[in-house]
Design a protein around this ligand. Structure first.
Ligand code: SAH
Length: 343
C-alpha cells in the first residue's frame, strides 16, 4: 500500500482515516498538535501515543522533506527560501518581518499560466500545481525559523487556479488543534478568476481576498494581464461583490504602478470609482524590476497619483518593496535563476 503524506490531510480527513484504521479519533488531534505546534516530523517523537500505534502510523503515513537549496536574508530582514521538491523542481517562499508581525508568502504552483507582462514568475510557463503537502511544508519549514503571524498566498502561481489544494491548505492552517492561524490572518491573492472567487465566497472560510488589479480600464488591463480578456472588470467586480457579502473585511486591490501606463490622473479617477463600488482598500506598489519595456514611475508621479485617489475618497497605502536585494520582492521570485532554468 502506498503511504499517504500526512501533510495532505485536514484534521477531519485524518480523523476519518484513523477511525477506519481502528485508532481512537482523538489521535488525530494529538498528531496535529505534534506536527503543527511542536514541529515534529517523525512519529517516534510522539510520546503520548503508544509505541505499537506509532509503528502502525509509520506504516500508513509518511512525512515529506524539502531540501533547502538556499536561504538568503535581505538587508531589510526579508528572508527567501528556495526549496527543492521531490521531482527536483524548485519553489520559493518568503518571510517578511514587520514591526509586530511576520508575514509568510507562500507559493501555490510551479510556474503560472496567467502570463502577466510585468511578472517574472510567468517566465518559465506553467509546470504543475503544488500539492497540499507542498504548500503546508513551506509553512512548516519556515515556521521553524520564525514565528509566523500572517500568511499571504502571493508567491509563485495563481492560488485560485489550484483551488482544492489551496482550500485544503487553508483548512489545515486554520485548525485550532494545529497551527491555529486565524482566518483573518490568511490572505489569498488572485489575478481575478470570478468563478473561483465565488466558489471561495461560498465556502465561507473567513480568509481575506486580495485582487491584482493594476488598471481599472479593460483596454489597459487586457494589455498587461491576459486574464482580463477572458474575465473583464465587470465580471470580476460582480464576483467581488459576492465575496464581500460573506466577508467581514474589505477586498484589497493591488495596483502595480507602471510609468506612463497606469498612473495618470484619469487612471486614478477611474481606479477610485472602481474601488468605491465595493468595500475595499488599495495597495500601491511601484513596479519592481524593469521588464518588457516597463518601468516604475518617478517619485512625484507616485505622490500625485496617490493624492488624486485620496481626493476621490479612495484610501491607498504605498507599499515599499521588500527584499529587493535578494530578488524576493513582489513578482521578483525566480528572477535570479534567469531564463535558462526557470524552475
Ligand atoms: N497570482 C496571484 C498571486 C501571485 S502574484 C496574483 O496575481 O495576485 C503576487 C503579486 O505580485 C501580485 O499582486 C502581482 O501583480 C505582483 N507583481 C508581479 N510582478 C510584479 C512586479 N514586477 N512588481 C510589483 N509587483 C508585481
Amino acid at each position: 500500500m502506498e503511504k499517504v503524506c500526512i501533510y495532505h490531510l485536514t484534521l477531519d480527513e485524518l480523523k476519518n482515516k484513523l477511525i477506519s484504521e481502528d485508532f481512537p479519533a482523538y489521535r488525530a488531534q494529538q498528531v496535529f498538535d505534534w506536527i503543527y505546534r511542536k514541529g515534529v516530523s517523525d512519529f517516534s517523537f510522539m510520546s503520548n501515543i503508544s509505541k505499537r500505534e506509532r509503528e502502525k502510523l509509520s506504516g500508513i503515513f509518511e512525512f515529506i522533506n524539502f531540501e533547502i537549496m538556499s536561504k538568503r536574508k535581505s538587508a531589510d530582514g526579508t528572508e527567501k527560501f528556495l526549496f527543492k521538491l521531490r521531482d527536483d523542481l524548485s519553489i520559493e517562499t518568503v518571510v517578511i518581518p514587520e514591526k509586530r508581525r511576520n508575514t509568510l508568502c507562500l507559493s501555490t504552483q510551479v510556474g503560472c499560466k496567467f502570463n502577466c507582462r510585468f511578472c517574472v514568475s510567468a517566465r518559465g510557463g506553467f509546470i504543475r500545481n503544488l500539492e497540499t503537502s507542498e504548500i503546508i511544508k513551506q509553512y512548516l519549514d519556515v515556521s521553524r525559523a520564525a514565528e509566523i503571524t500572517n500568511i499571504v498566498f502571493m508567491g509563485i502561481g495563481e492560488p485560485l487556479d489550484n483551488f482544492s489544494n489551496l482550500v485544503k491548505s487553508i483548512r489545515i492552517l486554520k485548525a485550532k488543534e494545529g497551527a491555529g492561524m486565524p482566518a483573518r490572518r490568511l490572505t489569498v491573492s488572485t489575478c481575478g478568476l470570478p468563478k473561483a472567487i465565488k466558489k471561495l465566497a461560498g465556502l465561507k472560510l473567513g480568509v481575506k481576498l486580495s485582487v491584482s488589479l493594476h488598471s481599472a480600464y479593460d483596454e489597459k488591463r487586457d494589455k498587461i494581464m491576459p486574464v482580463n480578456r477572458r474575465y473583464p472588470l465587470g465580471v470580476l467586480l460582480d464576483s467581488l461583490k459576492e465575496f464581500s457579502k460573506v466577508s467581514r473585511y474589505p477586498v484589497t486591490f493591488e495596483y502595480v504602478m507602471i510609468k506612463g501606463f497606469n498612473v495618470s490622473l484619469e487612471d486614478a479617477r477611474r481606479l477610485a470609482k472602481f474601488c468605491n463600488s465595493l468595500k475595499s482598500k488599495v495597495n500601491l506598489i511601484p513596479l519592481n524590476l524593469s521588464r518588457g519595456g516597463l518601468d516604475k514611475p518617478d517619485e512625484p508621479d507616485i505622490s500625485k497619483f496617490r493624492d488624486k485617489l485620496k481626493r476621490h475618497g479612495c484610501l491607498a497605502v504605498l507599499r515599499k518593496p521588500r527584499g529587493e536585494d535578494i530578488e524576493a520582492a513582489c513578482g521578483q521570485l525566480r528572477a535570479s535563476l534567469g531564463a535558462k532554468k526557470p524552475f
